[in-house]
Each structure stands twice: as structure tokens, then as C-alpha cells.
Design a protein around this ligand. Structure first.
Ligand code: SF4
Length: 343
């Protein structure tokens, strides 16, 4: 029997082609996408505006591709970490972060990661494979929770799976997709230059550069990708971008005590970012097992932020979330650690 095609991950044109080659009526394409992306249907029996005969034909040849997580664990602060698995068995984690009216879903783009950043559990656990656009999107539509913001900051480097990431971003923002609003979607990258260029040209989402240090030699020690793709190239692209549509560019800066929280680092950050409109997001460091480094304390981070802001560089401190369930920044490692199965 022919393998059933998956709808989640397709755009209207691709779905129309698939429908017509399966002998189904193309005119149901957009309606079906509405049910898959906005309503998260798992079965074709659910839509009430598609004829029964069409629904049974669909059931035979297609899958919605919307799948629930296989387990979840809840943090004391209310955030929830979910474990998903692709049809090919690739585990990947998603974190849901409620904060007042804002509900952010942090999705993975790969199972593991091959960038090898030393401060990141995902990097240490290795790479198992790329996720398809539908598998990235499923981490939002397959969740039982609502969302207001989507960040591609979970497992994996978006720049290392750029075709699927761009496809997923289009589905997140398109009217026929999740219609999340382009300002509500953010992609975080270590700065794979050719992929950053594609994100700038082919999407309208916000971009965050994971910086760690404003000094290339220091950055290279923790983010090996610096060797191939110097961060200065991404900063240059951000600075030169004709930002008429006001997409947001941010630098993520994980603060390690006595390492990158000194006056020297502050001065260089100011020099690089002053007058550019690029904001700095200061993040606490989450120590990994066997790691002697520790996070800069809250007072240092607040002072660092204050000095950046008073010198004209927009900056904020991001509160740590989900550290008790290994869901905070840099802690996701479903590809390399035994899975926690619950629920
Ligand atoms: S920080 Fe991002 S790019 Fe680096 S290893 Fe972790 S997931 Fe990969």
C-alpha cells in the first residue's frame, strides 16, 4: 500500500499538487490547512465543512501530521518541557513558557546539534538528525497549550537546517498557516552567515545572534562555529539591513562569572552595538555536570544591563525559567540523555 502523505509542513501550492496527484479535489487545500495549522486536527473526521466522501478519501491517502508529545514534565515556575519523537524516531524537546499574558513556545530544529558549543548540553550530546518543517511546526500545533510567541531556540542550530527552518517560519507567519505575526517569531543562531542572509531575504522574522563574547578569539573557544562564520559578518548584515519593517535584531549574551562579565567586555559590546538598534539580551548561565564555570550573579547582570542602557545600547536581563526540569537555555539534551517518560 502506498505510504500516506503528511500535510503538516506543506504550503497551499504543495498541498494542491498532492491533492490533485492523489485524485482529490484541490479546492479543499486552504480549508484543510486551516484545520491542520489552526485547529491541530489529528484525524480528517473532525472538520465539519468538508464533505464526508472527501474526508474518507483523505483518510486513505493522507495523514494530518499533527502528533502529541510523548511525555511532559512541569517546572515549579509553570513552564513545561515536552518530548516529541519524529516518525523516524528522532527525539526532540519543546518548552512552553507562560509569563503573564505572554506564552512562548521554544521549539527545536534538530535532534541534537553539531555546533559543539561548550556551554550547551545539546551541543555536548551530539547530533542525531534534522527535523522537517512539519516536525518543527508540530511542536506548536501538537501542544495542548496556547501560544503568543514562537522562538526557534531549542535543540539545534537553525542555520544548519535552513531550508526546513525557512519553510517552518513561513507556516508560522502566513495567513494560511498559524498567522502568528512576524514580530512574534524569533530565530536564534550562532551566525551561520549564508543562512543569516537567507533568513533576512526569505523571511520577516526576528533574529537573535548567540554572541557569548565580543572578542573573536574568546568566542571561538566556546562557539567553534566562530572559526568558519565570524560573528562580525552577522552583525554587519544586521547593521546594514534596511529595517523599514522594524524586524528585531538581538544579541544573546550568556553571562559567566569572571569570564565574560568584565568591564573590558562591556566596553567592547558598547563599541560594537552603540547606535545600531541591536539589543542585548543578558542570560544567566546554567552550569552543566563537571563544569567549573558558574553564572554571573543577578547584581552583576543588572549592573551590566544598566551600563549598557545608559550608554545607549538597549538591553534586558532574561529571568531563568525551567532550570529544575533541565528546560532552561542550553539545557535541552533529549538526543543524548535517557528520556524522562511521564504523562
Ligand atoms: S548553543 Fe545552539 S548552536 Fe550551540 S550547541 Fe547549543 S543548540 Fe547547538
Amino acid at each position: 500500500m502506498e505510504e500516506r502523505k503528511v500535510i503538516c509542513g506543506l504550503d497551499p501550492e504543495m498541498l494542491s499538487l498532492n491533492l490533485s496527484s492523489a485524485g482529490a479535489e484541490e479546492r479543499y487545500s486552504r480549508r484543510l490547512l486551516y484545520w491542520v495549522y489552526r485547529r491541530g486536527i489529528r484525524s480528517f473526521s473532525e472538520p465539519d465543512d468538508i464533505p464526508v466522501s472527501v474526508k474518507s478519501a483523505l483518510e486513505e491517502r493522507f495523514l494530518t501530521g499533527v502528533n502529541p508529545p510523548i511525555s511532559s514534565v512541569r517546572s515549579a515556575d509553570g513552564s513545561v518541557k515536552y518530548l516529541f519523537e519524529t516518525a523516524a524516531g528522532l527525539p526532540h524537546e519543546t518548552v512552553w513558557l507562560p509569563e503573564g499574558k505572554r506564552m512562548t513556545v521554544c521549539v527545536s530544529v534538530q535532534s541534537g546539534c553539531r555546533m559543539g558549543c561548550s556551554f550547551c548540553a545539546t551541543g555536548r550530546s551530539g547530533w542525531s538528525g534534522n527535523l522537517m518543517a512539519g516536525e518543527i511546526v508540530n511542536q506548536v500545533v501538537g501542544l495542548p497549550n496556547p501560544f503568543t510567541h514562537i522562538v526557534l531556540m531549542g535543540m539545534g542550530e537553525p542555520g544548519d537546517n535552513i531550508d526546513e527552518v525557512i519553510r517552518a517560519c513561513r507556516i508560522f507567519t502566513a495567513e494560511w498557516g498559524l498567522a502568528a505575526g512576524r514580530s512574534k517569531v524569533t530565530v536564534s543562531t550562532v551566525g551561520v552567515t549564508p543562512s543569516v542572509i537567507r533568513l533576512l531575504n526569505e523571511t520577516e522574522v526576528n533574529i537573535t545572534l548567540s554572541l557569548h563574547s565580543p572578542f573573536p578569539d574568546e568566542r571561538e573557544e566556546v562557539i567553534p562555529a566562530e572559526r568558519q562564520w565570524p560573528f562580525t559578518e552577522t552583525l554587519k548584515l544586521m547593521k546594514e539591513y534596511d529595517n523599514v519593517r522594524r524586524r528585531r535584531f538581538t544579541v544573546a549574551y550568556v553571562m559567566i562569572k569572571g569570564n565574560n562579565d568584565t568591564g573590558r567586555h562591556l566596553e567592547e559590546l558598547r563599541r560594537l552595538l552603540h547606535g545600531t538598534g541591536i539589543r542585548v539580551n543578558l542570560l544567566p548561565y546554567h552550569s552543566l555536570p563537571g563544569d567549573p564555570e558558574e553564572s554571573a550573579d543577578e547584581e552583576t547582570m543588572m549592573q551590566f544591563r544598566h551600563l549598557l542602557v545608559t550608554s545607549g545600547v538597549g538591553a534586558s536581563v532574561r529571568r531563568s525559567r525551567g532550570a529544575d526540569i533541565a528546560a532552561a537555555c542550553g539545557m535541552l539534551a533529549a538526543g543524548g540523555t535517557p528520556r524522562q517518560r511521564r504523562g
